[in-house]
Write a protein that binds this ligand. Sequence first.
Ligand SMILES: *Cc1c(COP(=O)(O)O)cnc(C)c1O
Length: 354
Amino acid sequence: MNPITESCRPSRELGRALFRQLSLYEAAAESCRVDLSDNTNLWGAPPSARTVFENAETWMLSRYPAPYSRELNGALAAYLGVDPEMIVSGCGSDDILDSAIRAFAEPGDLLAHLDPTFGMIRVFSTVNGISTIGVSRTDSSPADALVSSGARLIYLCSPNNPTGEVLDPLLIETVVASASGLVIVDEAYAEFAGASSVGLLARYDNLLITRTLSKAFGLAGLRIGYAAGAPRIVAEVEKSRGPYKVSSIGEQAAMAALARDREWVNEKVGAVLANRDLFRRRLGDLGLAPLDSGANFLLVPVADARRTRERLAASGVAVRAFENLAEIGDALRITIGPWPMMEECLAALETAIQ
Ligand SMILES: *Cc1c(COP(=O)(O)O)cnc(C)c1O
């Protein structure tokens, strides 16, 4: 008997049982010429943020950052028009969502969401011991169904990923007004929709609105997300999140972009909206019917998403494939970028959907 192979035999599971159903996140596997798979800003990064990196000082690398990024939170508060003590920031809005779920639900509790929605919400729920329930978008009264599900937490996403749908403000307010627990409204794509629930924060203290610098602001690589909510909500999220989640150089670069690159962001948002309209019409010419979108992507129903995605990848175009979405079926989610990229995608699609 070989004692080494013997001891390597997986005779017992060391990990937590609920982690066994989880797998690692898979981004667009191939390195594609035209990557339209992740809804980032395909024009690049804002110029002032770049300058901060080029002129980085040693302390930004050698010392710990501010534990809760209060300076950055002040700049984000000014951007949203709320008080600084109503802001929490973190390592992407993913970090905020994970921390908020952990702070506001006990293991065994339930989180309710509309279906389909942002897939990571189920992952963050699972790692925190929370079960999830999906409510149909076409339910006769989705607000009632969400609230009466008995969920401790309700998650809404507007514009919604992956559909692009901008939720009815009345639905959002009805849910917030009648929910017994915390309602999270994910506004990762708010800049493209020009609509936000931030105004509700003046009236409701059970609302947390998450945002990010990863999409319109072109800073996905920095991993900076944030959320706005009543000070006592935000304080709980900060406890759950822990200190030092935003790097010093990330904080400085983000503040530079917020102070000096708003025009750059607005310009790129304008270009997304124009290209999205044109791209939608050209998809129509191919016989495709994308869903209405308030975001920087279109969800395009197709017969076989996996096969179409593979064919597009073979011609150097990456998109995100979804199979069997509730009430939609198979679909591709395609990020809107500079027009030459969209032209390449259209050319590749024309053959891929044959
Ligand atoms: C991209 C995305 C996020 C995550 O953004 P990060 O701030 O980069 O973590 C959160 N929610 C939705 C709906 C997204 O699409």
